[in-house]
Design a protein. Structure first.
Length: 296
């Protein structure tokens, strides 16, 4: 039997997750800061809401799929935030990439309000979100998992339970983002070198994706470069933020991350050059003296 679930943030990931919940038979109440987005989703089923508070009211679970901790704070505690509207014992599922210490503290803040909390960052991209095939890296108290039932499985192919207290899920996501950011930067560097040396980029892509040097990020992101299409699915500025979180976490214990530091500077350079809102593969635009394929 379906449940009432609120999902806040209908971006590339959130829209797919909301659709997966709808297909699973749940009554999905949606909210997005952009005008008309929630209404467009609700045309195929669901309830469009104007504010997080309206979306959360009478729902058992609130899933937040916004960009960062600041937006999550606003969703919960800002004007028309959902924390005051949520039923006692209901669950707030936080899917953003954030500082693990902030996430751990949020658990206590919500518990004081009589609310359950799951630290539940996500990975997989828009296509997997739309197919209900994302990965969720979760941590939280047993009672929070019990209150969610099988709802998480309706959005994800893999739901990893990484600890009985919030923070562990965000730590694992930080490690994932370290690799994702470094791999995108390395993929861009490799393609840039090939272009500089006059290698046919389509042939280079075919060879690398069938060779030991391949990575998921090379295979997924370099087609954007080949097509000259930098429409953002995940933007350059996302990795400015996420690799910044990686470095902040390591800096707290004086742990060296030389590759992460270099990748972070590459994304910072791309952002400062005006590419921050472009697809993260636009980090390749930081390399001089190469002629990039143009959008057809």
């Amino acid at each position: 039997m379906g449940r009432k679930i609120a999902l806040i943030g209908l971006g590339a990931m959130g829209a797919g997750m909301a659709g997966s919940l709808r297909r699973a038979g749940h009554e999905v109440h949606v909210c997005d800061a952009r005008a008309g987005v929630a209404q467009q989703f609700a045309k195929d089923g669901g309830v469009a809401c104007a504010t997080p508070a309206e979306a959360a009211r009478d729902c058992d679970i609130v899933v937040s799929v916004v960009v960062n901790a600041a937006q999550t704070e606003d969703v919960l505690f800002g004007a028309n935030g959902c924390a005051a509207a949520m039923k006692k014992g209901s669950v707030f599922v936080m899917c953003s990439t954030v500082d693990p210490n902030w996430s751990a503290a949020l658990e206590g803040r919500l518990q004081a309000l009589g609310l359950q909390y799951l630290d539940a960052p996500i990975s997989g991209g828009a296509a997997k979100a739309a197919a209900g095939q994302i990965t969720m890296m979760t941590a939280g108290r047993p009672e929070a998992y019990a209150a969610c039932g099988d709802v998480l499985e309706g959005m994800a192919a893999k739901v990893y339970k990484l600890g009985a207290r919030a923070g562990a899920g965000s730590k694992v996501k930080i490690v994932n983002q370290l690799l994702a950011g470094v791999h995108i930067a390395a993929a861009a560097e490799a393609m840039a070198l090939g272009l500089r040396e006059g290698v046919d980029p389509e042939a280079l892509y075919d060879v690398i994706t069938h060779s030991a040097g391949n990575s998921w990020m090379f295979e997924n992101r370099m087609p954007h470069v080949l097509a000259g299409d930098y429409t953002p699915l995940s933007a350059v500025d996302i990795f400015v933020k996420d690799l910044g979180l990686v470095l902040d976490l390591a800096r707290a214990t004086k742990f060296p991350l030389p590759l992460s530091s270099t990748a972070h500077q590459m994304f910072m350079q791309a952002s400062s050059a005006g590419h921050g809102r472009e697809d993260d593969s636009a980090v390749i635009k930081t390399f001089p003296g190469i002629e990039l394929p143009q959008k057809k």
